[in-house]
Ligand binder design. Structure first.
Ligand code: GN1
Ligand code: MG
Length: 375
């Protein structure tokens, strides 16, 4: 049976007044299926319905528990600052049994949120204002969660951002060569090999001993921030991978989309360049909210995240390509290979400019300190 056939059953089991006949696919996620569901009554709230990919997110119960705790914490913070928690934070809709996910008769897991109207998300950033607002959104997100006991969060996807683990997965994929695609990727494997050791920063004992673990979002692509009609930050979405992590993970994964002048899967590698003004604007917005809790060691680590994320994303896409495209949704044959090449091109560019990137971060920190002293 097609997924959409379950939707009437699913909708009738959430505490909502959704119109089962008015459902459309929504968004550009690589893992879950999202739908926009309209309210039965004009003017009533619409809903975002998601089918959770249960082969990746195997413990939906614990994942939902994380989401509930995190959104409640964020909502309290927003309320105490006189903001509107319904606009600034995603709201999970309960089921008729007062759960926050629903298991349908076909074995699919679903969750539902209020749809935040008059907002937009961008796969690519085009203005400095958008980049700055994105930085503010994720900086604020981390800072509001800085007092949350991160060790109490369930580890939804163990080793999610552990590059040693990702490289081991790649090695396995090479050994099995399930899809028979090994011959065509020797250039990519050369790049992986050449930089593997330098990428182990976050796995080194010295780093582990000195870098604090915090609550991190772990999927800070720019399209996971909703901006309002004036392109101002409104809400951070896609909270399913919120876990304990390093702040540089979120910074690096965000920069992966912000600094790139092309799409994540751009086929024409010549179009993949670095937009430094957008990087600077994001960094400024981020640090304005995060600098007050970051340690010097964390600030130093940010550039490591910037290099790691396109590299690791490329490794993950390449692994999936070798395995026959079983993890990420693809739109055409060899899509994962095209994504890999685009991410590795971005990595090459960033690697060349790492010193400049580092200087910009330092300069923005310096500016912030000066303006605080004078303000
Ligand atoms: C996946 O589905 P989406 O777009 O939210 C992936 C992220 C990757 C991203 C690459 C659970 O996120 O880790 O960075 O694709 N999510 C998971 O675009 O693997
Ligand atoms: Mg995601």
């Amino acid at each position: 049976m097609q997924i959409s056939n379950y939707i009437p059953e699913v909708i009738s089991n959430f505490q909502c007044s959704a119109e089962a006949g008015n459902v459309q696919p929504y968004g550009s996620g690589h893992i879950n299926d999202s739908f926009l569901v309209k309210n039965k009554t004009a003017g009533g709230p619409d809903y975002l319905l998601q089918r959770i990919n249960n082969s990746i997110f195997t413990n939906v119960e614990a994942l939902t528990g994380n989401m509930l705790r995190v959104t409640e914490h964020l909502k309290n913070k927003v309320s105490s600052e006189n903001g509107d928690p319904l606009k600034a934070v995603m709201t999970l809709i309960p089921t008729r049994n007062n759960q926050h996910y629903y298991l349908d008769s076909g074995g699919n897991y679903w969750r539902m949120f209020y749809f935040l109207k008059d907002t937009r998300s961008y796969d690519m950033v085009s203005t400095e204002k958008q980049a700055y607002e994105g930085g503010k959104a994720f900086g604020r997100f981390q800072s509001m969660l800085a007092d949350f006991p991160s060790n109490e969060l369930f580890e939804v996807l163990p080793n999610f951002h552990n590059i040693e683990f990702r490289l081991a997965q790649l090695k396995e994929a090479i050994a099995s060569n399930l899809a028979g695609r090994l011959e065509t990727i020797s250039e990519e494997l050369e790049l992986v090999e050449a930089h593997a050791n330098a990428m182990l920063y976050f796995q080194q004992p010295e780093t582990l001993a000195t870098l604090p673990k915090r609550v991190t979002h772990n999927d800070t692509k720019f399209n996971n921030v909703l901006l309002d009609q004036n392109d101002e930050a409104q809400c951070v979405i896609d909270l399913e991978t919120v876990m304990q992590g390093y702040v540089a993970y979120d910074f690096g994964d965000a920069i992966r989309t912000i600094i790139n002048t092309a799409a994540e899967d751009e086929a024409d590698l010549g179009k993949i360049q670095l937009n430094i003004p957008l990087f600077r604007a994001y960094t400024r917005g981020y640090l304005e909210h995060a600098a007050n809790f970051l340690t010097d060691k964390e600030i130093e680590s940010l550039v490591k995240g910037v290099l790691l994320f396109p590299y690791m994303q490329g490794v993950r896409f390449l692994t999936d390509h070798l395995n026959g495209d079983t993890y990420y949704k693809i739109k055409f044959p060899n899509h994962n290979l095209q994504r890999t090449r685009a991410q590795f091109q971005l990595f090459r560019n960033l690697h060349e400019k790492a010193a400049e990137i580092q200087q910009i971060i330092q300069k923005e920190i310096g500016n912030l300190k000066t303006s605080q002293e004078h303000g």
